[in-house]
Structure formats: structure tokens, C-alpha cells
Design a protein around this ligand. Structure first.
Ligand SMILES: *[C@@H]1O[C@H](CO)[C@@H](O)[C@H](O)[C@H]1NC(C)=O
Ligand SMILES: *[C@@H]1O[C@H](CO)[C@@H](O)[C@H](O)[C@H]1NC(C)=O
Ligand SMILES: *[C@@H]1O[C@H](CO)[C@@H](O)[C@H](O)[C@H]1NC(C)=O
Ligand SMILES: *[C@@H]1O[C@H](CO)[C@@H](O)[C@H](O)[C@H]1NC(C)=O
Ligand SMILES: *[C@@H]1O[C@H](CO)[C@@H](O)[C@H](O)[C@H]1NC(C)=O
Length: 700
């Protein structure tokens, strides 16, 4: 009997392929086609295209897929005659934390996507080494695809994934997360058949770990046109006690084969030189994938006519599959039904079973790792709304990829709510974005919006009624525009019953009820007539509230931050770097509960304050993380923001922006009585803005 079959440690399900009347799907005559391919050579000049000499696939420049980043050539030291053409140029992304390529796909179709990366010392800085690897992240849409770690300039990285398109575009994003400037040499997208690769579906993507052509006739990889899907089958030859057997007849994949290995790969196989078992092992190497979980796929085909060959397959000493007897010149497979994750070391043993006249064989093998979709993409209605708004006001922002996910890289100006089954836009801040024209009804499409700030633009016309229907809206700031007409009653009502903070000041033509000029603005407008003492008291109360909020927030963070990994946008510093930054901790500017604070400056001259944890400090690691996480999220001109952090053994420190003009406290309270009486309005503004930032943070 033939084998194959999909199995896992206990055999879970089984397809007897010969049972199905052999519908042979040979490539429908003629030449294989690359019509479903997108092949991008990053960094070549914008109008150039070429036909690759090995695969005959046409490549195009990446200019039409991305408008950020800079082109570069690898150093001539790394250019050899064997180097693939796509690797000699690249695009790097020194600016911005997230840069994305956007590719058109068809929703519901299955694709293979592959990036190629070779550093090649393109910047002349010799950045990639074992001691100082180049590190950054690659995301496929909103899911982490690969943590790229480059330790050698000549090394070629080729992360590959198979995914089902969830929309009409897919983004490949390079994210600055570690010590390296992200770059990419080539990007390839291949349309798959929907029934190819059973591990991939709407909710699960897989990343390739290995794909081997066992005992090939040449040491070159096999890909298009031999493989019509342009998968790359690397040569696998490293067993000295293996023999190669081969055939010149073609090996077909029939109807039930979910993997359809190319004939050229299946025409060669390994067989043990002198025994009835074939042994090989696989050790888990962290390839920057997220999980230690593997799907194994073994491809077999009998290459010797009129013989009987049968074998059992064991994994780490446990029975995996019994009596596999590959059919002659037909590709068959045994694969995991669920991922294996029990071990870091996998040893396979293929042993002849009773009737066999010949030892076991192995033609090819693939190993995949699941990528679980941990981030919930932004609600599609919200995505439509924000993209329509972006187009309508021609916003020049680097807004690519999912607006809210991953959380750390939500679009600038937005904040979102994250629940287990939905992600929604909660805050839209488009103040001072030179918006012109009327306020679009599309702002009414954000069903969960809490905070909308369109202040200090050139917006004209009436305030649309639809804003009054947004039931979650708590703050609407339209100040500093040129709006006219009367304010919708629904908004005025909400403002009166205090469910909405409505800020409308500096819109000279705006009227409230009965065409009377609008007096209704934030507290600022009313405060004018109130005696100074009351102002001072109000300020104090607000300050206390702000600090209570901060306190509350830090507490919550602390509670949450146990477990889980810390993912930081600020950059890590080493102790030695800090020593240099502070000129050997020369300039002590303060002492706090956490420890001493030193003044210093970064290599680009930016002044910073370095807060080092003293050994006697009560604050432990958790508090440190809480503070770091908290500060990283807050970027506001009146609050200190963080540049980086250091954690080396017991040594912990935070690197803050240096506030030359004093801190928030000084800004609000002032230092002298005359300070208090002057410019109180500005101060209230500061408090409101700071409270707003904190409000947004707390909503997370
Ligand atoms: C890369 O090399 C080509 C030809 O050698 C040259 O035309 C091109 O300007 C170079 N690109 C960059 C970014 O240096
Ligand atoms: C996708 O595949 C995974 C793993 O095989 C499975 O658990 C999940 O139910 C599948 N989802 C769909 C929508 O078929
Ligand atoms: C095959 O193995 C047997 C014992 O395991 C050994 O005696 C014999 O020399 C081997 N033959 C070859 C050709 O290696
Ligand atoms: C092998 O089997 C085929 C039929 O499958 C037959 O035509 C052929 O003659 C056989 N060859 C030998 C050497 O027995
Ligand atoms: C608003 O428009 C006026 C004229 O239409 C222009 O003078 C002014 O600079 C604009 N302001 C902004 C912030 O774009």
C-alpha cells in the first residue's frame, strides 16, 4: 500500500492517495507562468526592470511600492560572480520607526511572501558582527514575522511565509526595534493554489524554517521554473553515510498532494549506504521565529521500478508513521497534523519494515513554524474612515499598515482600544495639520471614538450633526478654526449635561442657540472673571488630580507588567555609554527616591538627564519597568519624555530628555507670586493638555 498521509505522534488523519483515481495535475501543458508573481529588487533605479538570468522572472524597482528609505549598493568586496543580482542593491530606513511596503493581493487567496536581506556592508560601517549584531523586526501586516539578527555581512537571510490575504493589500513592514537600521534587498510575492500548504488558513500563517532537496545532483537550489510556485529548495547533502539515488523520469504530484513538490526535487533521494535505517536530526535554532513549534513534512517517491520498499518512521524514539511504502514516480508525503513542540532536538529514524527489499529513502523535507495572529486588526469601519479622511484632507503622514496594530506602532496621532475580539480607534488628533474645507461626515464613522481634536486648522463651514451622534465621544476640540453656523444642539446638550467637553474657542463666526455668538468654550473662557485666588485653587486641584491620575496609572501598569516581555521603543544604553554620556557621572543635578540624577549629553549634543538607580533604592525591577513603559508612552511637550534606558545586571538607569525650563510642576505653579498672576491662561492650557495626554494613556 502506498503511504501518506498526514500524521502526528498518534496518527491523526490519513489520506490514501492512490485510492483516489489518479487525477494527475501536470502543469497544464506549455510554460509555467509567473503571472501571479510580484518580484521587487529593492534599491535599483526607479525606471529599471530586468529579467533574472537564472529564473527568467522579471524584476522591478521598489519605487512604486514605497516612498520612504534610501537606496544603497552593497560594498564591492561582497560582489562575486555567484551573487544573486537582487542582493547587490538594497533600501535602508534610517528614518521613522516603521516603514512598509504595500503589495496588492486578492482577498482570500493564498500567497508565499519572501524577503531577502544581505547587509554587504552597504554603509561602510561594518555594523554586523557576532558581538554587535544588526537587529530589527519584520512584520507581515500586523503580525511579527521575523526578528532579523545579522551577524555577518555576507550572510543572506530569506524569511518566507505563506499566508491567506485578509484584505486587498498586504504590508511588509520593517521596524526599528533593536540596534540596527532596517534594510531589505528583495521582496517576492507568489500566488499559491488555495489547497497548497494545509497549515495556512485565514487565521494562521506559517513561516518557513527549512525547505530541503535531499541529495541533489547539483549544489544549486531548485526554484522557478522547476517549481511553478517559485519555492526555493536548498540542497541537503551533509550525511556521509547516505547514497544518492535518482531517476530521469519525472515524478508527478497527484490530486491529494497538498505540497506538490516539483519533479526536479523528487527525482533524487537519499538512501543509507549500509544499513536499513536512515537517521537524521534537527536541532532547534532560534531563527527569530516566535515559537518553538514545528510542522514537519517529508516527501517520498519510489525511484526504483518493480520493487518493494516499506519503512516505519520514528520521532525521538516514538512511533510516528508505520509502513510507508512510496508509490513509483508519484510524490507522496507524511506530515505533522499538529505542531510538535516537545523538544529542541528532533531525531528521526526511518527503518525498513518486514517485507521491504530495499532500505528507506527520503526525497525532500520541509519544516514550518506557525505564526499565530496575536494582534487583532483594526475594525474595518474605522480603517475605512481613517483612510477616507487621509485621502480627503491629503494628509502627508507615513500612515501605512494597520492603524492600531501592532499596538507599539499605532499610527502617529491615533490611539486605540484593544479587546480580545476587536480593535478600535479611540483618539484622533489632527490639530495643526493644515486641514482645510468642511469637517467631513466621515468623522462620524468612528463608532468608539472618545477624543477628537481638530483644533488649529483652517476648517470652515458648519459643524456636522453626525458628531452629536457619537455616543462615546468625551472630548471634542474644534478651537482655532474658521467654523461658522450654529453648533448642533445635540453637542450643546451633551456639553451642558457634562458628558462632553466641547472646546470651540477662536471660531469667530460660530453661533450657539438663536444665532447668539458662542460663549461656550472650555473652562478657560469662563475663568476670566474669576478672582485669582480661585484660579490658584483650581490650578492646585487640577494638579493634584493630574498627579493622582499618574499615580493610579503607574499602579495599574505595575500590576499589569508582571510577566510578559517588555518591548521598548526607547533605545537601550550600555553602562559604558552612560558613563560617556554623563562624562563619568560628573554633573549631579538631583537626588530622588530612585537614585541620583546626572546631567549629560548624547553624541549628537542633545542634553539629557540620567536617572540611575542607587543600590539602596527601594524600587525594584518591576517599578523600573513600570516607569519606563509609562514614560515611553507619553510624549508631550510639558512632560518629560524618555530617550532610553539601561539594564546591565543590577545597574538600572533611565535617560530622560533634559528639561532646561524646569519640569511640569514649575510650569504650572510658577516660582514667584508674579508668575502666578501672569499668564494663568497658558498654565491652565498646560494642565488641560497634560491631563488630556494622561487621559488618553489611561484609556489603554
Ligand atoms: C549603485 O551602483 C550603480 C552602478 O554601479 C550606480 O549607478 C548607482 O548610482 C549606485 N547607487 C547608489 C545608491 O549608490
Ligand atoms: C486554521 O488552522 C488552524 C491550525 O490547523 C486551526 O486550528 C484553525 O481552526 C484553522 N482556522 C480556520 C478558519 O480554518
Ligand atoms: C556494512 O556494515 C557492516 C556491519 O555493520 C560492515 O561489516 C560492513 O563492512 C559494512 N559495509 C560497507 C560497504 O561499509
Ligand atoms: C516493471 O513493471 C512494469 C509494469 O509496471 C513492466 O512493464 C516492466 O516490464 C517491469 N520491469 C521489470 C524489469 O520487471
Ligand atoms: C488659513 O487660510 C488662510 C487664508 O485662506 C491663510 O492665510 C492661512 O495661512 C491659513 N492658515 C493655516 C494654518 O494654514
Amino acid at each position: 500500500m502506498s503511504c501518506i498521509i498526514v500524521s502526528s505522534i498518534p496518527l491523526i488523519f490519513c489520506f490514501i492517495m492512490l485510492g483516489i483515481t489518479c487525477t494527475v495535475i501536470d502543469t497544464v501543458g506549455g510554460q509555467p507562468s509567473y503571472s501571479g508573481f510580484i518580484s521587487i529588487d529593492c534599491g535599483i533605479s526607479s525606471d529599471s526592470t530586468y529579467i533574472d538570468s537564472i529564473t527568467s522572472i522579471p524584476y522591478v524597482s521598489d519605487d512604486q511600492f514605497i516612498n520612504t528609505g534610501v537606496k544603497a549598493n552593497i560594498s564591492s568586496n561582497y560582489i562575486t560572480s555567484a551573487l544573486e543580482r537582487q542582493l547587490s542593491t538594497l533600501r535602508s530606513f534610517p528614518d521613522g520607526s516603521r516603514n512598509c511596503y504595500l503589495l496588492n493581493v486578492t482577498q482570500g487567496e493564498k500567497y508565499l511572501v519572501r524577503a531577502s536581506l544581505m547587509y554587504g556592508n552597504y554603509d561602510g560601517q561594518n555594523r554586523a558582527s557576532v558581538e554587535n549584531p544588526l537587529l530589527f523586526d519584520l512584520y507581515l501586516d500586523y503580525n511579527l514575522w521575523r526578528i532579523v539578527k545579522i551577524t555577518d555581512a555576507a550572510e543572506v537571510h530569506r524569511p518566507e511565509s505563506i499566508f491567506v490575504a485578509s484584505a486587498d493589500t498586504v504590508s511588509v513592514c520593517l521596524i526599528k526595534s533593536g540596534t540596527g537600521i532596517p534594510f531589505i534587498s528583495a521582496l517576492e510575492l507568489r500566488l499559491f493554489d488555495r489547497n497548497l500548504d494545509p497549515y495556512t488558513n485565514e487565521t494562521q500563517t506559517v513561516a518557513l524554517t527549512y525547505r530541503y532537496n535531499v541529495m541533489p545532483t547539483t549544489n544549486r537550489s531548485i526554484r522557478f521554473p522547476d517549481d511553478i510556485y517559485d519555492r526555493i529548495w536548498e540542497p541537503f547533502t551533509w550525511h556521509s553515510d547516505w547514497n544518492m539515488i535518482s531517476t530521469t523520469s519525472s515524478v508527478r504530484s497527484n490530486f491529494g498532494n497538498y505540497f506538490k513538490p516539483p519533479s526536479a526535487v523528487m527525482q533524487t533521494a537519499a538512501t543509507p549506504t549500509n544499513s536499513s535505517h536512515l537517521l537524521f536530526q534537527f536541532d532547534y535554532v532560534n531563527m527569530g521565529a516566535l515559537v518553538n513549534q514545528f510542522y514537519f513534512v517529508f516527501h517520498f517517491s519510489e525511484l526504483v521500478p518493480n520493487t518493494t520498499r516499506a519503512f516505519n518512521i520514528d520521532l525521538n524514539g516514538n512511533y510516528w508513521f508505520k509502513n510507508c511504502s512510496p508509490p513509483y514516480l508519484v510524490a507522496t508525503f507524511v506530515c505533522s497534523a499538529v505542531p510538535d513542540s516537545d523538544s529542541l532536538h528532533y531525531q528521526w529514524s526511518l527503518d525498513s519494515s518486514g517485507v521491504s527489499q530495499l532500505p528507506p529513502i527520503l526525497n525532500a523535507l520541509e519544516v514550518f513554524t506557525p505564526i499565530y495572529h496575536t494582534n487583532v486588526p483594526t475594525d474595518s469601519g474605522d480603517v475605512d474612515a481613517i483612510t477616507t479622511i487621509m485621502g480627503r484632507y491629503q494628509l502627508e503622514k507615513n500612515w501605512i499598515g494597520d492603524p492600531c496594530a501592532p499596538k507599539e506602532y499605532a499610527w502617529d496621532g491615533l490611539s486605540c482600544s484593544y479587546n480580545s475580539n476587536s480593535t478600535n480607534i479611540e483618539t484622533v488628533i489632527l490639530s495643526s495639520n493644515a486641514l482645510t474645507g468642511v469637517i467631513s461626515d466621515d468623522f462620524g464613522m468612528f463608532k468608539q471614538i472618545k477624543y477628537l481634536d481638530l483644533s488649529h486648522n483652517n476648517l470652515t463651514g458648519k459643524i456636522p450633526n453626525v458628531l452629536g451622534t457619537l455616543s462615546s465621544l468625551r472630548v471634542l476640540n474644534l478651537s482655532g478654526n474658521n467654523l461658522s453656523g450654529s453648533v448642533p444642539d445635540s453637542l450643546l446638550q451633551k456639553s451642558l449635561n457634562e458628558s462632553l467637553i466641547l472646546i470651540l474657542e477662536d471660531n469667530p463666526n460660530l453661533t450657539c442657540t438663536n444665532g447668539t455668538p458662542c460663549k461656550l468654550t472650555a473652562e478657560i473662557g469662563k475663568a476670566k472673571k474669576i478672582p485669582i485666588l480661585v484660579i490658584v485653587m483650581t490650578v492646585c486641584v487640577v494638579v493634584i488630580v493630574v498627579f493622582l491620575l499618574v499615580f493610579f496609572f503607574v499602579r495599574r501598569r505595575k500590576a499589569k507588567s508582571t510577566g510578559g516581555t517588555l518591548k521598548l521603543k526607547a533605545r537601550p544604553f550600555t553602562y559604558l555609554e552612560l558613563k560617556k554620556v554623563t562624562n563619568n557621572f560628573e554633573n549631579l543635578i538631583g537626588k530622588g527616591g530612585f537614585g541620583n540624577v546626572y546631567r549629560g549629553s548624547l553624541s549628537d549634543g542633545t542634553p539629557v538627564a540620567v536617572k540611575a538607580r542607587s543600590q539602596s533604592s527601594e524600587q525594584g525591577t518591576k517599578q523600573y519597568f513600570a516607569e519606563v513603559q509609562h514614560l515611553i508612552r507619553i510624549h508631550h511637550k510639558h512632560l518629560v519624555s524618555i530617550h532610553g534606558y539601561c539594564m546591565e545586571g543590577n545597574y538600572m538607569a533611565l535617560v530622560y530628555e533634559y528639561m532646561a525650563n524646569g519640569n511640569l510642576n514649575d510650569h504650572i505653579i510658577g516660582k514667584t507670586v508674579s508668575d502666578i498672576t501672569s499668564d494663568w491662561k497658558k498654565r491652565l492650557q498646560i494642565v488641560i493638555e497634560a491631563a488630556r495626554v494622561l487621559f488618553i494613556q489611561i484609556q489603554d
